[in-house]
Design a protein around this ligand. Sequence first.
Ligand code: PGA
Length: 251
Amino acid sequence: MRRPLVAGNWKMHGTRASVAELIKGLRLLALPTGVEVAVFPPCLYINQVMTGLDGKAIAVGAQNCAVEPMQGALTGEIASSQLADAGCTLVLVGHSERRQILGESDELLSRKFAAAQSCGLTPVLCIGETLAQREAGKTLEVVGRQLGSVIEELGVGAFARAVIAYEPVWAIGTGLTATPEQAQEVHAAIRAQLQAENAEVARGVRILYGGSVKAANAVELFGMPDIDGGLIGGASLNADEFGAICRAAGN
Ligand code: PGA
């Protein structure tokens, strides 16, 4: 059985004061057993969150890592070794905002994925199609290429220690959610692509859905056979809403 994971991506939100409030709310949550919960604050607040959530069963991850695994001369970046040193256990790789706004390529993302794993971090590889690509009938092709590029570079075995997040770009922050059936179709295709190379890896890997997940639609989405939890943006900034989504994954 795959253990569900609910991950909160705080994106570029927060101040020291609002982060303190959110930590307070998260500490009060009754979290379901059997569900792994993680939050991804902006790097600046990772220490604050790590300290604030001490003793609470919530993992802390980063939203990005450098292409180089170890510290060195790379101005403005943060190495996976430094994230691990700060207590992070996970890192997002290839969120669509970074692919689209910062132009991160599949090739670059494979390097980040490898850098994260080499420092013991679990990469959460984000993949997903734009609205134009979906309307052109290219969803599975696009997602297959994004996943395939990491498999090609690092081998399918790399997914024995990774998480995948399927996030249709048109559903992120828009209030539009993929229907459970639309999401399931893509999740099944992702698993089949891995399965073609390694059945054990395909069976074990968790594939999260992301894109306007809320407490109100989480139960239905998480009820699909190949959806193993969620990557939550906007709704993760509200501790009560996030807690309700975590409980939905425990059902
Ligand atoms: P959203 O963001 O839940 O606000 O749509 C999801 C994400 O970008 O990870």
